[in-house]
Write a protein that binds this ligand. Sequence first.
Ligand SMILES: Cc1cc2nc3c(=O)[nH]c(=O)nc-3n(C[C@H](O)[C@H](O)[C@H](O)COP(=O)(O)OP(=O)(O)OC[C@H]3O[C@@H](n4cnc5c(N)ncnc54)[C@H](O)[C@@H]3O)c2cc1C
Length: 490
Amino acid sequence: MIYDVIIIGGGVTGCCIARTLSKYDLNICLLEKETDIASGTSKANSGVIHAGYASPRDYIKRQLAIRGNKLYTQAAEELNFPFKRIGSFVVALEDNQIKQLEEERKKGIEDGIPGLEVILNKEKIKKMEPRLTDEVVGVLHAPTGGLASPYELTFALAENASMNGVKFFRNRRVVKITHQEYVFTVRTLAGEFKSRNIINAAGLYAAQISRMLGLDYFSITPRKGEYILFDRNAIQLNKILFPMPTKISKGILVCPTLHGNTFIGPNAQNIPDLEDISTTTSGLKEILEGAMKLVPSLPVRSSIRNFAGLRAVPEAYDFIIDNTDVYGFINVAGILSPGLTATFAIAEKVVEFLELLGEKLKVKEDYNPSRPKPERFKDFTKEELDKKIQEDPTWGRIICRCETIPEKEIIDAIHAPVGATTVDGVKFRCRPGMGRCQGGFCRPRVIEILSRELKKSYEEITKRGEDTNILIGKTKDFLLNQKREGSRGK
Ligand SMILES: Cc1cc2nc3c(=O)[nH]c(=O)nc-3n(C[C@H](O)[C@H](O)[C@H](O)COP(=O)(O)OP(=O)(O)OC[C@H]3O[C@@H](n4cnc5c(N)ncnc54)[C@H](O)[C@@H]3O)c2cc1C
């Protein structure tokens, strides 16, 4: 079969484009190299939906972030992913920084960002965010700044796109693309796909994909950002806190999450390796020192995890979204921060580009923009829960005690459209293993449930796909075999 559109890459960009295009009468598929979607940059970032003032005015990413921020309200209603506008502060610690805050405010207001204000009254600032350092002299408050859970958003987008007919193929690393008579042939490590159009949303690998068609007009450098995550309720913040920005980054922030944790980070370090998400002693020290300038009372001993994400940084430091010289091949590359914020606006741009290519985009009669809200134990009243447990006892079996996740939520995550097939897939969809013990207690039970629901052996269940097996056999079988071999040798 020849698809109308193939999307390469199942991060937030590819999945948002898939969901946006699923509205139209098109045959679409998405190819992802990993065992799950949301396995790249979209898994590990700050999750901040920026107000949009932070990029220079002549950058496309500024316009798309401002528009993208606005599109979140409707998208969150339709797709039911965690999202909240809690507002952000850029924190000035010296008097001479106030001028810069005033300039950002003025430009931001002119560009249509609502509610931006510079607050100089310390008492008012501390009332809005009591944890902020006493050294504060002023803040730029952006009430439209918010938080989204980036991977839960990506899953929601994929589920809705799948409900509307987009085919998702995971474990399909694209290795070669050829183009003949207006049809692309896309070779993956597991089969060939044909399409009239390709959208390259391959994140860190977008330059490599582009080069497969001889288009080498940009390159991508990975820039690592490390984080420290604190235990739920160890500290409560009201606002997203940014320091004054540097030339290459928005700086190290102190930020609440939508699940009640707090994190600090990221730093910014160019690295050569597209897969290196290790954390480093020097990096963690850097973010701790940076974050403590904003919140000196950080609960350092309550850290439960360190992690890192990689930004896909192009030379020009701006998004590359264009119809290329190869007819039907659209690059959506260099989607560094604020790519999550801009995602719905980026997808709108892709629609424009497809129209420019002459695609007649007709809205499907049965298009459904809504993705049902996943049912959560913590959202039910006691009476509702009693009823649920009577109807289905898996609601009453708590698998993850740190996060209070019952078996039913895990089963639902596995059987959702584009559902979980790995331990991490379950963890990122419904949180078992996200709490204080980091899966120490619940992981064996999650493996059991995955094995039963997917009809696979325990040994076939992996952490996150190929080469991440957790179990290699039964301990007793192993010992018995060793004993037999030993006695044979005697
Ligand atoms: C440290 C950090 C902090 C950030 N903070 C924010 C923030 O607070 N707010 C914000 O708006 N943005 C933020 N961003 C930016 C945001 O995370 C990115 O813009 C966004 O996640 C990019 O998504 P993507 O889909 O383009 O890339 P990815 O999520 O990397 O997706 C690309 C996908 O393509 C797949 N792929 C690659 N090669 C192939 C191939 N050959 N075949 C098939 N599939 C392939 C990959 O496996 C991957 O799943 C941050 C980024 C980082 C790193």
